[in-house]
Design a protein around this ligand. Structure first.
Ligand code: C2O
Length: 357
């Protein structure tokens, strides 16, 4: 049986694990109450599309785009102050990640978790889909598209500069300060700094990409992760979810155990390095745009690299608010073709294709 969209009524207090202890989160991350019960939340229909939104590599963005993007995020942040229960607000949007990943929802008698399984790619695709449309609506630009953090290309292996400008709405204090200002990222990062030249590091990253996209992911379940159906979930992440997706999170967030810049408490990896807070860093959505792009690219590599056919995957559902604040149930089935959803990725070369180990 596929998982059903969780309804807001079953949402309860979220928790996180920090220092091996379970902590109850002080922020309630459940969505604003819906005046409907599960059965009456409408199913989402993809709107007819006029012009594709094109997501481009973040490192190549021009000032005009950066301005626009900053404006859109500022508007989202303003909603937090003026209408704290507006589902389009910046915090409410970040809470979506918390609710789906930190134990706020139950499916059957188990906690819903959209990581470490085949729910990972489609959940985040729908999440970004609505996020992008909300940003576009806030600045009246129906073709607004998110940028993608092009970490699989040597020119994109750094925190994208537009997110590194202090005082801008794309900046987040809760990041590892020694991974800023052009530091080359290690796509295999789990907390230990590697001592090597930047060229060697880039080269290692390309080899890692080849391994995760090609060698280790010859068939659907290895790429997407293990099945997750009602009452049955062995949690094994897919190749890309595991690495580099997790390393990019950990590398960006603060070092666990160190004091947080804007708080007295000790870091649990915030913001990017913890599920509940990851969506509070604007770079989260840029990181996930590239994860999402990997899904499209993987399907072009050939062999058995195709979407899962199993109906439990195709019929699984999530719950989201659209850009008009209307609640919807969405199906995985409807998110398999990004062009049908109204967006695509700007053409960019993939040098890792030549890095067969
Ligand atoms: Cu939902 Cu990158 O994690």
């Amino acid at each position: 049986t596929p998982i059903r969209a969780p309804d807001g009524y079953t949402c309860c207090q979220a928790t996180t694990t920090c220092d091996e202890k379970t902590v109850v989160l002080k922020d309630n991350c459940c969505p604003p109450p819906i005046p409907l019960n599960y059965e009456t939340i409408p199913c989402y229909k993809l709107p007819t599309m006029t012009k594709l939104r094109i997501r481009s590599p973040a490192q190549n963005a021009d000032e005009e785009y950066i301005d626009k993007y900053n404006k859109a995020i500022s508007k989202m942040k303003e909603l937090d102050k003026t209408e704290p229960f507006n589902p389009l607000g910046f915090k409410q949007q970040a809470h979506i990640h918390c609710a789906y990943c930190n134990g706020a929802y139950k499916v059957g008698d188990k906690v819903l978790q959209v990581h470490n399984s085949w729910l990972f790619f489609p959940f985040h695709r729908w999440y970004l889909y609505f996020y992008e449309r909300i940003l576009g609506t806030l600045i009246d630009d129906p073709t607004f598209a998110l940028p993608y953090w092009n970490w699989d290309h040597p020119n994109g292996m750094l925190l994208p500069p537009m997110f590194d400008r202090e005082g801008s709405s794309l900046y987040d204090e809760n990041r590892n300060q020694s991974h800023r200002k052009g530091t080359i990222i290690d796509l295999g990062y789990f907390g230990d700094e590697v001592e090597t030249t930047t060229d060697q590091l880039k080269c290692n990253n390309l080899t890692l990409m080849y391994r995760q996209m090609v060698t280790n992911a010859p068939c659907p379940l290895l790429f997407f992760g293990s099945p997750y159906s009602l009452g049955n979930n062995i949690e094994t992440p897919g190749t890309i979810e595991n690495i580099p997706h997790i390393p990019v999170h950990i590398w960006t967030g603060t070092v666990a155990g160190t004091p947080l810049p804007n708080d007295k408490k000790k870091s649990c990896g915030e913001d990017m390095g913890n599920f509940y807070s990851a969506g509070l860093d604007p770079v989260f959505y840029c990181h996930h745009a590239n994860v999402d792009r990997m899904w499209n690219i993987w399907k072009t590599i050939g062999g058995k690299r195709k979407d899962i056919i199993h109906p439990d995957w195709r019929n699984s559902e999530f719950f989201f608010y659209d850009e008009n604040k209307n609640p919807y149930r969405v199906k995985i089935q409807d998110c398999l073709d990004s062009k049908k959803m109204g967006y695509d990725y700007a053409e960019m070369c993939t040098p890792w294709r030549d890095f067969k180990p």
